[in-house]
Design a protein. Structure first.
Length: 437
C-alpha cells in the first residue's frame, strides 16, 4: 500500500508535466549516452518501515551489482510524499537520476512527458525479454499499444483479511466469497461497538482502487476506448454507490471511517475493532501492531458471484512499483544492466521476500516463500483476476476527481444524509466536468 499513502496529495500536478513532452532530454526513439559509464544515480521509493531501513536493505544488493559490473550506484531513498514531485521536477528540468522507481498507476501519465526510456522489444531483450514478466504487471507500465515506460519491479494486489476470532464468535465459518455474503456476514459482525469492514474514506487513491474494481464487475471502465472520461455510465454509478452503501445503507462500515486516510483501518483491524479489511500485503503491518499470524486469515476479494477471474470477475487492481530510466541518462548501458540486475530471478526473490511483495518475474515466483497463504492469494490474484488502472495520460486526474467524489459521498453517509443513485451520479458528473476543464 506504499503508493496509496501519498498519491492523493500530488496526483493533480502530474497533468501539468504531461504537457511538457520530451523535457527530460534525450531523443524520441533512442535514449541517453555513455559519457559516465562507471556511475549511476538511483531514486528508490520507500518500501520498508523507514528510509533508513530501505538503505540497509538495498546497500548490500547494490554492492553486489558494483562488484559484478564495476558500476557504482549512488542511492537515494525518496519518501512517497516527495517522490512524484521530485520526478515531475526532473522531467521538466532534465536534472534527475539515471534510474528511478515509480508507482505503476503513474506510468501512463509519466510516459506522456516523453522523459522516460521506452521499453521496446530491443530494450526488453537487453534485460532478458518481456516474456519473463507477468502480463498484468507489464500492462500497468504504460499506455496500451505503446512500448511500456517502465519495467515491473515489485507487484502487489488486494486481498480480504478477516479476524478469525470475530468470525467464530459470530458463528461464521468461512470468509465471504461474494458481496452479498460479505454484507450478510457484515450485519452479524457489526454490533457492540464493533464493525464488519474497514475503509479509508478520505484516501483518494484507495477510493479509486476499490471503485475501479467494482466498476469492472459492473462492466464500467471509467474511460471509453478513446481515453475520454466516462464517469456517469450506469456501471460506474452502480460501482460507486455499492462501495459507499457499505456505510450508507448496509451499515457495516463505521461512520468514522469517512475521515480515515492514514491506514487507520489497519489499526482498527489489528485492535479487534473491525473484522475485515481490503488491503495489499498487510502481514507486516499486523505483526507490528501485535497481531499473531494465527489471529487473521486471508481470502480473495469478493466478486458478484462465482469465482474471481477476468472481466466482470476482476477483484483487484494491479498494484506495485515499476523501474524506469530517464532518457537523458549518461550511462544508458549501465542503466539497462542495473534494471536487468534488479529484475533478475535471484534479486527478485531476495527483495520481494524482504518487502512482502510478489515478484513480477515469473521464474522468481516458484520460490516456496511465495506460496505462503497470504502471498499465494496475492500471487494468484495478480495472475488471474487483477486488472491495471486505466493507462491514460490523465489517469492521475481521474484519481483526484473521482476519489474526491467518493470521499464526499462517504462524508454524506457519515452525516446521515441519503446517498441515492441521483446524488452519486451528480457527484460523478461534477468529477467529469473537472476532468474536462
Amino acid at each position: 500500500m506504499r503508493h496509496l499513502r501519498a498519491a492523493a496529495a500530488v496526483t493533480l500536478a502530474i497533468s501539468v508535466a504531461a504537457g511538457v513532452t520530451g523535457c527530460g532530454g534525450g531523443t524520441s526513439s533512442g535514449g541517453g549516452s555513455n559519457e559516465s559509464p562507471k556511475t549511476l544515480t538511483y531514486w528508490a521509493s520507500n518500501q520498508g518501515p523507514s528510509v533508513e531501513a530501505d538503505k540497509k536493505i538495498l546497500a548490500p544488493e547494490l554492492k553486489k551489482f558494483e562488484k559484478k559490473t564495476g558500476i557504482k550506484v549512488k542511492l537515494e531513498v525518496v519518501p512517497w510524499a516527495d517522490l512524484l514531485n521530485r520526478i515531475l521536477a526532473a522531467t521538466t528540468s532534465g536534472q534527475g537520476p539515471d534510474v528511478l522507481n515509480i508507482g505503476n498507476t503513474w506510468s501512463a501519465s509519466l510516459q506522456a512527458t516523453g522523459a522516460l526510456l521506452p521499453w521496446d522489444d530491443k530494450n526488453f531483450e537487453a534485460i532478458g525479454g518481456r516474456d519473463r514478466f507477468i502480463d498484468s504487471a507489464v500492462a500497468s507500465a504504460g499506455k496500451e499499444g505503446e512500448p511500456p515506460a517502465a519495467v515491473p519491479l515489485y507487484s502487489l494486489s488486494y486481498a480480504l483479511y478477516y479476524n478469525k476470532k470475530m468470525f467464530a464468535d459470530a458463528g461464521i465459518t468461512t470468509p465471504p466469497a461474494t458481496w452479498d455474503q460479505l454484507v450478510a456476514d457484515g450485519k452479524k459482525l457489526s454490533k457492540d461497538g464493533k464493525w464488519a469492514l474497514g475503509a479509508e474514506g478520505s484516501n483518494l487513491s484507495n477510493n479509486i482502487h476499490q471503485t475501479f474494481v467494482l466498476g469492472q464487475q459492473h462492466g464500467a471502465d471509467f474511460f471509453d476506448k478513446d481515453g475520454k472520461a466516462d464517469f456517469t455510465s450506469d456501471g460506474a454509478v452502480s460501482a460507486v454507490k455499492q462501495y459507499v452503501d457499505f456505510m450508507a445503507k448496509d451499515k457495516i462500515i463505521a461512520p468514522g471511517n469517512a475521515e480515515y486516510a492514514q491506514n487507520q483501518s489497519l489499526t482498527d483491524f489489528a485492535k479487534g475493532r473491525t473484522a475485515m479489511v481490503l488491503w495489499q500485503a498487510a502481514a507486516t503491518t499486523f505483526a507490528s501492531q501485535g497481531m499473531k499470524p494465527e489471529d487473521w486469515g486471508v481470502a480473495p476479494v469478493p466478486v458478484p458471484a462465482g469465482a474471481p477471474g477476468a472481466g466482470k470477475q476482476t477483484n483487484s487492481m494491479v498494484a506495485g512499483i515499476n523501474m524506469a530510466v530517464f532518457k537523458n541518462t549518461k550511462n544508458i548501458d549501465g542503466a539497462k544492466k542495473f534494471v536487468k540486475f534488479m529484475t533478475s530471478d535471484e534479486e527478485q526473490k531476495i527483495l520481494c521476500k524482504t518487502y512482502g511483495s510478489i515478484p513480477p518475474v515469473k521464474a522468481a515466483q516458484s520460490d516456496p516463500a511465495f506460496s505462503a497463504p497470504e502471498l499465494k492469494v496475492l500471487r494468484d490474484t495478480l495472475a488471474t483476476s487483477a486488472a491495471p488502472l486505466p493507462q491514460v495520460p490523465n489517469e492521475s486526474q481521474f484519481e483526484t476527481a473521482v476519489g474526491t467524489a467518493v470521499k464526499e459521498l462517504f462524508a454524506d453517509a457519515a452525516a446521515g444524509k441519503p446517498v441515492t443513485t441521483d446524488t452519486v451520479k451528480a457527484r460523478l458528473e461534477k468529477a467529469q466536468q473537472t476532468m474536462q476543464q
